[in-house]
Write a protein that binds this ligand. Structure first.
Ligand code: C2O
Ligand code: CU
Length: 567
């Protein structure tokens, strides 16, 4: 009898384990099928690359600290990779995604399973394709809920809604960038901005499909807002309703209550909205913020905040007062309020011992065009650079080359300082008009306290640059206009409650300083999140070496990384 009981217990335990595995696998495994899909927008139909036939793509929802697996089946026409924007992926750059930086593309007709490792992130992030311009249509939200047994640092909202801001191009996005690179000119603006895939009813043919967010009077909602646009910062607001921003880039902030926000491509924000206005319809609206010389697309995308209940539908729906598109003061007034929550439950640790300091100029440049037949400035082609190096993506991935010791793929000589010192934000100097080209990376030892001072320059076309680093979140300790001054600028640093983020706007003709500990060994892309700038070479790579313990060393590659040979 005793033996039978023992067997029974073992069977029971085994089947419980089986049931638990089944339950877990429902949320931990995702299938992403990349394929061409027909969509109708702005009165015409075209085929776009999607994940699982939807635009935007599916939402991934996890709890803090979980690991998920995403099997990407490429049924499209060309090779593509997927990046998990803002997910640090400790020791696991193999699943980070940027094409030819950490992997070669998943070729059409094949598949690859990403292991996405969440650690300290909590809030909202997003995933997007990281090959050419495919991210225009291949992107979606990542919702990271508090870990089991913990709660938000504010009253739990009644419900939440992801709001993804996007770009819609009437023509094929690959043609937009390929023709720009071929002629050397600026790529075309998008034809509309979108909220959850819809331009909204200020655009023709979009009325019936405008996104509606339904709310109950008196309840508080959390918007998980993502700027997935290709090339434009956005002002965002809801008519008659204040926004309370409580998180950015999956870290909590001291709440900011504001009538509007400014969000750069790559950034995400968690925003509480109280449905406290007379039940009716109100526009949710988003439009460009830009301090660039070339004006942005001037449309406004809208959705509708719709109260549930009985009332007569208004004949005109109120629009929010968005700042005008070049209102830098309005943009700065919001951005300068952003502070980390820095509470007991959500502490921050700002590095104070800096052992690696990089001073990095950001510039739009020219590439000499044979016979001066290009369509950019001076009949040359537009280029872009960091410390005067215009990044050239190698044909096999840097991670593989680094891990396997393959020579000739990249050089470890990315400069720690600009090659020329002059008045960066003053008159343009010819000496810096033409950059050097190459795959130059910066190697940093494990555990270093790193400070990067981004310095905007007045070369060709100054503007705000949303700089993004993979593999880390970092503290934005200071920003200013003009040239960074090594004596006076650091005195303005916020080392108490700087926001912990992954994408920051470097002010036009100004500077921004970030800090982080190099505690994530791997190969990590760093670039401007304006896609045209990244395509022109405003990129570099930071390689963080291994530490001395097993837990501070790069993990070995998974069994089946995509092959680099096929073009
Ligand atoms: Cu959002 Cu390198 O990417
Ligand atoms: Cu830029």
């Amino acid at each position: 009898m005793a033996g039978f009981d023992k067997m029974g217990v073992i069977l029971l335990v085994a089947s419980l384990e089986f049931i638990l595995l089944q339950l877990c696998s429902a949320t931990r495994y995702y299938d992403f099928v990349l394929k061409e899909t027909n969509f109708t927008r702005l009165c015409s139909t075209k085929s776009i690359l999607t994940v699982n036939g939807s635009f935007p793509g599916p939402t991934i929802q996890v709890h803090k600290g979980e690991t998920i697996y995403v099997n990407v089946h490429n049924q499209g026409l060309y090779g593509v990779t997927i990046h998990w924007h803002g997910v640090k992926q400790p020791r696991n750059p193999w699943s980070d995604g940027p094409e030819n930086i950490t992997q070669c593309p998943i070729q059409a007709g094949s598949n690859f399973t990403y292991e996405v490792v969440f650690s300290s992130e909590e809030g909202t992030l997003w995933w997007h394709a990281h090959s050419d311009w495919t991210r225009a249509t291949v992107h979606g939200a990542i919702v990271i809920l508090p870990a089991a047994g913990t709660t938000y640092p504010f009253a739990a909202p009644h419900a939440q809604q992801t709001i993804i801001l996007g770009s819609w191009f009437k023509s094929d996005v690959m043609e937009v960038i390929n023709s720009a690179l071929a002629t050397g000119a600026d790529p075309n603006n998008s034809d509309a901005f979108t909220i959850n895939g819809q331009p909204g009813d200020l655009y023709s043919c979009s009325k019936a499909s405008t996104f509606h967010m339904k709310v109950d009077y008196g309840k508080t909602y959390m918007l998980r807002l993502i700027n997935a646009l290709m090339n434009d910062e956005q002002f965002f607001a809801i008519a008659n309703h204040n926004l309370t921003v409580v998180g950015q880039d999956a870290a909590y902030l001291k709440p900011i209550t504001t009538p509007y926000i400014m969000i750069t491509p790559g950034q995400t924000m968690d925003i509480l909205v109280k449905a406290n206005q007379p039940p009716s319809h109100y526009y949710i609206a988003s439009a460009a913020y830009s301090d660039a010389i070339v004006p942005p697309h001037n449309g406004t995308t809208t959705a509708i905040l719709q109260y549930r209940g009985k009332y007569s539908t208004p004949s005109t729906i109120p629009l929010p007062n968005l700042p005008v598109s070049n209102d830098t003061t309005a943009a700065d007034n919001f951005t300068s309020c952003v502070r980390a929550l820095a509470s007991k439950a959500h502490p921050i640790t700002v590095p104070t011992k800096i052992t690696t300091r990089i001073y990095m100029t950001i510039a739009i440049n020219e590439q000499i065009c044979p016979n001066a037949t290009c369509a950019g400035p001076d009949n040359n082609a537009i280029a872009a650079s960091l410390n005067n190096i215009s990044f050239e993506t190698p044909s096999i991935d840097i991670l593989q080359a680094y891990y396997g010791g393959i020579n000739g793929v990249f050089e470890e000589n990315f400069p720690t300082n600009p090659p020329y010192f002059y008045n960066f934000t003053g008159e343009q100097q010819n000496i810096t008009t033409y950059p050097t080209f190459g795959a130059k990376v910066k190697f940093i030892k494990y555990g270093e306290g790193v400070e990067i001072i981004f310095q905007g320059t007045n070369i060709i076309a100054p503007e705000n640059h949303p700089m993004h680093l993979h593999g880390f979140s970092f503290y934005l300790v200071g920003t200013g206009y003009g040239n960074f001054n090594a004596t006076t600028s650091p005195k303005t640093y916020n080392l108490v409650d700087p926001p912990e983020v992954n994408t920051i706007g470097v002010p036009k003709n100004g500077w921004a300083t970030i800090r982080f500990i190099a505690d994530n060994p791997g190969v990590w892309f760093m670039h401007c999140h304006l896609e045209r700038h990244s395509s022109w070479g405003m990129d570099t790579v930071i390689i963080v070496g291994n530490g001395n313990t097993t837990n501070s060393k790069l993990r070995p590659p998974p069994a089946h990384m995509p092959l680099c040979s096929k073009s």
